[in-house]
Design a protein around this ligand. Structure first.
Ligand code: BG6
Length: 464
């Protein structure tokens, strides 16, 4: 049985749903200058808004103006919580101002009040891939230590404003993405630079900023619970060859566990020295890290990979991290392999290692849903995906006595895909009438999975 107050819900990111990219004093964020792509054409970062480019996040699904309707639909589904992020550039348009933009704060005042009125607990990511663009242009993004102060000032503004309103926080979405795509952290690498060291330095600044934020959140309100958010994936050894097994062990440690190690244990693990990166970690940083350990581990899980000692095999896609194909698994149209067992593997690994509450804050299936003639979307494939993962989640909680705080399905309403910028990579229980080119009425339509998830929540996961 899942606990009585299990946090069932969905997860969104401001840049992928809000739109209103230049309204009420909002500054540009890095996601506002990223074009649309698809699975064969990567998105481009144009640094400024170019007339001849299409930027899907500018309007997204217009959640900024439609949050009342959308949160009504979530409430009817029985959501106990909604994970949202705050767009940093709504609050500090350039990122380095002293005073926050009151109109930006006013939007989140309204959103959180609306959620509470509907019995939905807000779960807030402070930074989800949407830093103010000026911080990139002026300071070089997270490669610059100054970002720590800007972030902490921003976080403090939120903790003070939302004291007693927001209790669950996460500091950085998928903090490990910085290592794979430094541009997500506003770090543009020049041709002659040591990318690895710069990326780990940028990551280090985020670790310090996160630890400072955790401490601050606790001092402002002892009820605050602050988690990390780590992207997780399993890498199975391709064969029983000892070197394949060793490669898989390192894949898990270096790709997932390392990030939790620093957040949860409050220091760099000894094995970090084997990475061979040159970064500046001061004595004071070390102290801050040790005093800012997170309260829980938030993580995303979508798919698993195969790992081999010589990288021999057919490549497949995944959530930012690539790997090799697994002949035993099916994959989505975007090549993400479907593997509920991997979720169980990770839950066990994380709980055994840290003994901290876990929170599954992203999981779901991206699918090109089709509206049928009856005006519905029969997404039994999505129900299957979620059913299998939730079944595995529940069994693992029961068998291992894991303290699992909740489950928020990614994109409970269709939103812009982070990876490809497409609308047609849909995750929602609610369909949004909009296509990859930006055409559509933005009308919301309940899919079959809507009613299924409603039943799952009503029975606290007993009726899957
Ligand atoms: C995670 C992100 O990487 O995966 C989300 O936190 C993202 O922002 C989600 O949307 C799914 O990825 P995609 O590329 O299918 O949107």
């Amino acid at each position: 049985m899942l606990k009585e107050n299990f946090l069932w819900g969905g997860a969104l990111a401001a840049n992928q749903c809000e739109g209103a990219y230049n309204e009420d004093g909002k500054g540009l964020s890095i996601m506002d200058i990223i074009t649309a792509g698809d699975k064969d054409h990567p998105r481009q970062m144009t640094m400024d808004i170019k007339e001849d480019c299409y930027y899907p996040n500018h309007e997204a699904i217009d959640f900024y103006h439609r949050y009342e309707e959308d949160t009504d639909l979530f409430a009817q589904m029985g959501f106990k919580c909604l994970r949202v992020s705050i767009a940093w550039s709504r609050i500090f348009p350039h990122g380095d101002e002293e005073e926050p933009n009151q109109k930006g704060l006013a939007f989140y005042d309204r959103l959180f009040e609306t959620l509470h009125q509907k019995g939905i607990e807000p779960v807030v990511t402070i930074s989800h891939y949407e830093m103010p663009l000026e911080l990139v242009k002026k300071y070089g993004g997270w490669r610059n230590r100054k970002l720590i102060d800007f972030y902490v000032h921003y976080a403090k503004t939120l903790f003070e404003r939302y004291q007693g309103v927001v209790k669950y926080w996460m500091t950085f979405n998928e903090i490990n993405s910085t290592i794979h795509i430094p541009a997500i952290a506003g770090v543009i690498i020049k041709a002659d630079e040591d990318e690895k060291s710069i990326a780990y330095q940028a990551l280090h600044h985020q670790f310090v900023a996160s630890a400072k934020a955790v401490r601050l959140a606790h001092s402002i309100d002892s009820q605050n619970q602050v988690g990390c958010m780590v992207m997780t994936t399993v890498g199975y050894p391709q064969t029983p060859h000892p070197l394949d097994v060793a490669a898989a062990q390192n894949y898990l440690r270096d790709g997932t566990l390392f990030f939790c190690d620093v957040h949860v244990r409050g220091h760099y693990p000894a094995y970090f020295k084997s990475y061979g990166v040159k970064i500046n970690v001061t004595k004071e940083d070390q102290e801050i890290l040790s005093q800012g350990c997170v309260d829980y581990i938030g993580f995303s899980y979508y798919s698993s990979q195969v790992v081999s000692r010589n990288n021999n095999g057919e490549e497949t896609q995944g959530n930012i991290v690539k790997g090799l194909k697994n002949p035993y698994l099916k994959a989505s149209e975007w090549g993400w392999q479907i593997d509920p067992q991997g979720l169980s593997f990770l839950m066990k690994e994380l709980y055994e290692r840290y003994e901290k509450p876990l929170f599954i804050v992203e999981n779901g299936l991206g699918y090109d849903d089709q509206l049928t003639e009856d005006g519905c979307i029969h997404d039994d494939y999505r129900i299957d995906y979620l059913r299998q993962h939730l079944d595995m989640m529940k069994k693992t909680v029961e068998a291992e006595h894991i303290d699992l705080m909740g489950y928020t399905a990614w994109g409970p309403i269709d939103i812009v895909s982070a990876g490809t910028g497409e609308m047609k990579k849909r995750y929602g229980f609610i369909y949004v009438d909009k296509d990859n080119q930006g055409n559509g009425t933005l009308k919301r339509i309940k899919k079959d999975s809507y009613y299924w998830y409603q039943k799952v929540i009503a029975t606290n996961g007993e009726d899957l």
